[in-house]
Design a protein. Structure first.
Length: 125
């Protein structure tokens, strides 16, 4: 009798897992969309680029002020800005002689805010 109950529970769990797997497969984005998601995480996942994004969370800035905020070299910051711009994570606009940079996608800003909040969670379960 106990063995029969274990078999039924196992079959029920397998059926539930099959349903979950089918739902996960149905909700799975297309391969090219998964690749775009990974590219965005790769772009923001490098420390100097993350520092630039954290600085831009405060508002639009030119290269000079971003460089001061992240305590970096202007050539390195410019290179990272280009990579972030190519990934469509930031945008730029010209104002007089300056080029001003800002975060292009509020979803990225949300990810950054969630990452900062996660720092204060303690990471323990």
């Amino acid at each position: 009798m106990v063995r029969e109950k274990e078999v039924q529970d196992s079959e029920s769990q397998a059926c539930e897992h099959d349903m979950l797997a089918l739902r996960a497969k149905k909700q799975m984005p297309a391969e090219e969309d998964v690749a775009r998601m990974c590219a965005a995480f790769k772009a923001i996942g490098e420390p100097s680029r993350m520092k630039i994004l954290l600085a831009l969370m405060e508002g639009e800035m030119c290269v000079y002020h971003i460089t001061r905020a992240v305590e970096g070299l202007q050539s390195n910051v410019s290179h990272q800005l280009r990579l972030l711009k190519d990934a469509k994570i930031i945008r730029s606009r010209r104002e007089g002689k300056n080029i001003l940079y800002s975060i292009a996608d509020e979803h990225i800003a949300s990810i950054i805010l969630m990452s900062k909040a996660h720092l204060h969670c303690g990471g323990e379960e």
